[in-house]
Design a protein around this ligand. Sequence first.
Ligand code: BGC
Length: 352
Amino acid sequence: MVTVREFGVTKDGRTVSCYRIPAGAACLEVLDYGCTVHRLEVPDRDGKMTDVCLGYDTVGEYEANDGYLGAVIGRHGNRICRGRFTLNGTAYRLNCNDGENHLHGGAKGFDKYIWQAEILEDGVLFSRCSEDGEEGYPGNLHVQVEYRFTRDYQWILEYRAESDRDTVINMTNHCYFNLNGSGSGDVKGHMLRLNAGAFTENGPGCLPNGRILPVEHTVFDFRGGKMLGRDLELDEEQLRVVGGYDHNFVLEQTAAADKELPEEAGALWSGKSGICMKIYTTQPGIQVYTANVLTDRPGKDGAQYHPHDGVCLETQYFPNSMECPEFPSIVLKKGEKYRQATIYEFGVTGAI
Ligand code: BGC
């Protein structure tokens, strides 16, 4: 049964609640503040419960959260160059919060709101209305984020939205995974496998420049499974300028984007804990971000976090799509239904 407790109070005096979704002895804990994943406990190979996501102990730390730990991201995940785009002949200017660019929905993105919550049998349904003009985006957008956590350790995320004017949308979740447990050190020894034959090259400012390049013979080839740390510190231009991986991978399923059922995108595995996380999504891309700018800071339960102590695997449309016409479109027409679904499935295996 899903239970709820008071988690804390925001600077402006609003109560933040924490919902605990159990699955046997495992659980997913989420806050109504930013639909933030606070705790995700799954068994390791010895059956020991391991909290595989990074987070904080207090609302104040989540409010100051420059790393978006565990939060939902919207309206638009990742960067839009100079926060500018043109839709139906009208030029829009979004709030720029990453130097001259727009990042993760702006200064007050979806991660910084308290959402309405409805308890489901094995999950929570969050909803809010993002008003016309919020952070510069057109259209009143009704958004729902549904998290469920099942008996077979599937964390199922579904995002739904509808706008009363044409707009753009690209939602994701910014969970930092560490399959050895939050605060256990870096994830360089984790194996990552991706069903991605190409990636989008970054130009200045960590913005895709429109070029889609094959991963073959590059440090971006995770098709056969590769340790995250193997090439991380190589003197390779694309990695060096952002301090590790911070790139959008083009999933093999791009041609079938918008389909209803999530398809396998890849898996993350730790040989130390034996925990494996398979990823399924309806989305055409996945941002692999190796927590390069997760500056040293205190985390949950007395942990200390450092760069590379987690990895975000953000299922999404490609960043900066409005400037790159060859990328799949992020336009949501008035009255059309937006839906994205992603599943992170946990288990224990001997390899990936
Ligand atoms: C982005 C990084 C950014 C980080 C913020 C990631 O999704 O790709 O460039 O620094 O979020 O925590």
